[in-house]
Ligand binder design. Structure first.
Ligand code: NBP
Length: 485
């Protein structure tokens, strides 16, 4: 009898190839297919050479035929239309109960649509976040699967076997929730990654322009920070990047053009936050900081025209460096608090029963934002799964209380020096807004009612009663129900 493969994979680019090798390392047999079929041969003769149980196939029909039932087929292809086209060409060959998994960076609403459409055909669907890039795919990614819950038992063993392990040995892969939940959580992961990177860059900029430190000095500082509570993949690689030398022996980082690229998941996170009215200020600032960096020519021109203060710091550099570390940690905490606020809103909006401790747990290893800090977040949600906001957890509350003077000093000093720190400062502003029992929105509501008769609620009347005032004596008494500015 012909031997059948445990799982099929379509898309032998960098992610697909490495996932296949990873699955094979864990004893799974994999049938592999790629649109450009020469890539199948290149893979079999290259990275997969000498391995047993990796089978190259050259058509969709051959792939389907090679799989044990219920069939499991993972797509690792470019996100978007390609995924729909592949699903269309697959479903005619599949039987009820077979499973398609999309491991690309698909938009969560596409995943929700695909899950529902395929469910009608009796085909199971999973949209899974895969984080950790090439290295993660090869040796253990963080996996965030969501979709049709009936599909999870079919791949749980494979997925948990190939995923990264957290420091306590737990697999960095758990079922995230229905429909697009897995891809949503991966999107927020990427948004948080934008925030983490921007915060690190602001610390770097302050040390560089404010304190006049060399890349080697900064590298030592980041390596030192990596030994403490900031311990994380991104801090670690920043330490390595800063000490990396170009061929002529000078720091490579100084030769890299300061215009940041982006692929869109940070922007998607911001759009989702705006859609749901969730104040995820730090991630959005991080996206805008990349946009501002991209205006290189305009900035160079403006730098010759627009004047700022002297950017040289005059105080004690050693204690200010420690202040920067504390500002970075406190701001990071705000970023994660906002990220989990967004997840809570999304859970309500889309009807997902999200387990926040589990989300923090699967991010502890394999992915770009992996850090010791995520262990603390998991512990906070373990202590109280209904925790409304991470800032209210005793551990995090204590950190902010202890660090906020340094944080304020860093933001204030940056403003005095004219160093742009949008993430540090928006994090602090969010903190001050969140802890305010009265915001100037009272005045704002008055303005809205003044010019547009939008009405307001009063502190001395029950919620839900709306009032309109004829502010000028000229307007009428009619309030607006539709005109919203
Ligand atoms: P790419 O995103 O570069 O996609 C290349 C693959 O898509 C190739 O196998 C290509 O086949 C296939 N493909 C294309 Br393009 N159009 C196709 C079509 N019409 N029909 C069938 N196949 C088609 O590969 P990747 O960087 O390995 O990423 C794969 C997925 O994983 C993406 O969604 C990506 O966003 C996501 N992801 C990537 C990373 C990362 O670090 N790279 C990390 C996490 C997630 P061909 O060889 O015939 O052109």
């Amino acid at each position: 009898m012909e031997v059948k493969a445990d799982i099929g994979l379509i898309g032998l680019a960098v992610m697909g190839q490495n996932l296949v090798l990873n699955m094979n390392d864990h004893g799974y047999s994999v049938a592999v297919y790629n649109r450009t079929t020469s890539r199948v041969d290149e893979f079999l003769k290259g990275p997969a050479e000498g391995r047993k149980n990796i089978y190259g196939v050259y058509s969709i029909e051959e792939l389907v035929d090679k799989l044990a039932r219920p069939r499991k087929i993972m797509l690792m292809v470019k996100a978007g239309e390609v995924v729909d086209k592949l699903i269309d060409s697959l479903i005619h060959h599949l039987d009820k109960g077979d499973l398609i998994i999309d491991g690309g960076n698909s938009h969560f609403l596409d995943t929700t649509r695909r899950t529902k459409e395929l469910d009608k055909e009796g085909i199971l669907f999973i949209g899974t976040g895969v984080s950790g890039g090439e290295e993660g795919a090869r040796h253990g990614p963080s996996l965030m699967p969501g979709g049709n819950p009936g599909a999870w038992p079919l791949v749980k063993d494979i997925f948990q076997a190939i995923s990264a392990r957290a420091p306590d040995g737990a697999p960095c892969c758990e079922w995230m929730g229905e429909d697009g939940a897995g891809h949503y959580i991966k999107m927020v992961h990427n948004g948080i990654e934008y925030g983490d990177m921007q915060l690190i860059c602001e610390a770097y900029q302050l040390m560089k322009t404010g304190l006049g430190m060399s890349p080697d000095e900064m590298s030592r500082i980041f390596k030192e920070w990596d030994k403490g509570e900031l311990n994380s993949f991104l801090i670690e690689i920043t330490g390595n990047i800063l000490s990396f030398k170009d061929e002529d022996g000078s720091p490579l980082v100084e030769k890299i053009l300061d215009t940041a690229g982006q692929k869109g998941t940070g922007k998607w996170t911001g759009i989702s936050a705006l859609d749901m009215g969730s104040p995820v200020t730090l991630i959005v600032e991080a996206v805008f900081a990349r946009c501002l960096s991209a205006l290189k020519e305009e900035r160079v021109k403006a730098s010759r025209i627009l004047k700022g203060p002297d950017s040289q710091f005059k105080g004690n550099p050693k204690s200010f460096t420690e202040d920067i570390r504390k500002a970075l940690f406190a701001s990071k905490l705000i970023s994660y608090a906002q990220g989990f606020m967004l997840l809570r809103e999304a859970g309500k909006e889309y009807g997902w029963n999200l387990d926040f401790g589990s989300i923090a747990s699967v991010w502890r290893g394999g992915c770009i934002i992996r850090s010791s800090f995520l262990g603390k977040i998991k512990e906070a949600f373990d202590r109280n799964p209904y925790l409304q906001n991470l800032l209210l957890d005793d551990y995090f509350k204590g950190i902010i209380a202890e660090y906020q003077l340094s944080w304020r000093k860093v933001v204030g000093t940056s403003i005095e020096l004219g160093v742009s720190v949008p993430a540090f400062s928006s994090a602090l502003s969010f903190y001050d807004g969140y802890r305010s029992d009265r915001l100037p929105a009272s005045l704002l509501q008055a303005q809205r009612d003044y010019f547009g008769a939008h009405t307001y609620e009063r502190v001395d009347r029950p919620r839900g009663q709306f009032f309109h005032t004829n502010w000028t004596g000229r307007g009428g008494e009619v309030s607006s129900g539709t005109y919203n500015v």
